[in-house]
Design a protein around this ligand. Structure first.
Ligand SMILES: [Zn+2]
Length: 340
């Protein structure tokens, strides 16, 4: 399958972090404008600090990239700019429906904005979405901050449901506070009509996937690849019709998987698990969604039909209203009927 064909294919992406999708040039700009730093430093010199170099060995190594550059973000205007640029980048990658996640609590730490101000700064950046494209936002609560922040986050998510917020997530290293601690706020969010996707089966093993499904009621799992370590958890995911948001290159960069060749995605598909392809933090990983499709074709021998099927799976699991879902499916099916 040629790169051109992948580029022209309409795509649905469910798992991309706003903060991890910043353009390196924008990071440098913000360091210069907001902090007066790196004025004479060329972009190439900053890249190893903000993008994966291949020397990372763990999720904390990967998260250290965020820690380095996040301090350059200072204002609502910065958040709005980042959002606008990420949406433009998604559109350029052929994504017709994008689900972008961010943590209002994290933005509050960086900018001093309140949680509401953080959400509004993001939504401001999504005022003008390219035609034919839709964007749903997912509000994440960072693991280390505990259930109180999760409650604040899910309440704001509920308040902004009509403004484009469609789901909630618990993100970051899930080993810090037990996932089960988040049951009450996440259950409440679900009862209010928000979609639930939870990071699990990445830093932690299959039991975290079980907790996310059984106790937090997740219909989607961020990563979830380590479910493969326990056949009962794989069966649970199949029985409950759970969709995994798999991000192959990110999994290698955080050491959740050793290599593309040994990555569990093809085995999960063979077991009947619903799987989608995503980038996670494309700015830090230095990739596009098309790159991940290239991995699927070159490393796992997938073809056009396989990619189309994963997009239809993503459309079915997307946090959108049914009218938009029908349009997305129609666009995918129209592409599927195109002569190759
Ligand atoms: Zn993620």
């Amino acid at each position: 399958m040629t790169a051109q064909l992948v580029q022209g294919m309409p795509k649905v992406e469910l798992h991309r972090h706003l903060e991890g999708s910043m353009r390196p040039a924008t990071i440098l700009d913000m360091f210069r404008n907001n902090l007066g730093m790196y004025r004479d430093t060329p972009l190439e010199a900053i890249l190893p600090k903000v993008q994966v170099t291949g020397d990372e060995r763990s999720l904390p190594d990967f998260l250290a990239k965020f820690e380095f550059f996040m301090g350059c973000i200072k204002s609502a205007g910065d958040i709005t700019r980042i959002t606008t640029e990420v949406i433009a980048d998604c559109s350029a990658e052929g994504i017709i429906h994008s689900e972008l996640r961010f943590s209002p609590a994290f933005i509050r730490q960086l900018t001093g904005l309140g949680l509401i101000g953080a959400v509004e700064a993001v939504l401001e950046g999504a005022r003008e979405v390219p035609s034919g494209m839709s964007v749903s936002f997912i509000l994440g609560s960072p693991q280390p901050q505990g259930p109180r922040v999760a409650w604040d986050t899910v309440r704001i998510a509920r308040d902004y449901m009509t403004a484009g917020v469609r789901g909630v997530d618990i993100s970051d290293d899930t080993r810090i506070v037990g996932l089960g601690e988040y049951q009450a706020p996440i259950e409440w969010a679900k009862s209010e009509g928000l979609g639930v996707t939870i990071h699990a089966g990445e830093a932690e093993g299959p039991e975290s996937v079980r907790t996310a499904i059984e106790r937090l009621g997740a219909t989607r799992i961020g990563h979830g690849i380590r479910a493969i370590e326990d056949s009962k958890v794989v069966r649970l995911a199949v029985e409950r019709d759970v969709t995994l948001e798999v991000c192959p290159t990110s999994n290698i960069h955080t050491a959740a998987a050793r290599s593309y060749e040994t990555h569990p995605l093809p085995r999960l598909l063979d077991c009947g698990v619903k799987v989608t392809l995503n980038t996670d933090d494309p700015g830090i990983s230095g990739i596009t969604l098309g790159h991940e499709y290239g991995v699927a074709t070159e490393k796992w021998g997938m073809g056009r039909e396989d990619l189309l099927q994963m997009n239809l799976t993503a459309a079915a699991a997307a946090f959108v209203d049914d009218g938009r879902r029908r349009d997305i499916v129609a666009a995918l099916e129209a592409w599927g009927r195109c002569p190759r």
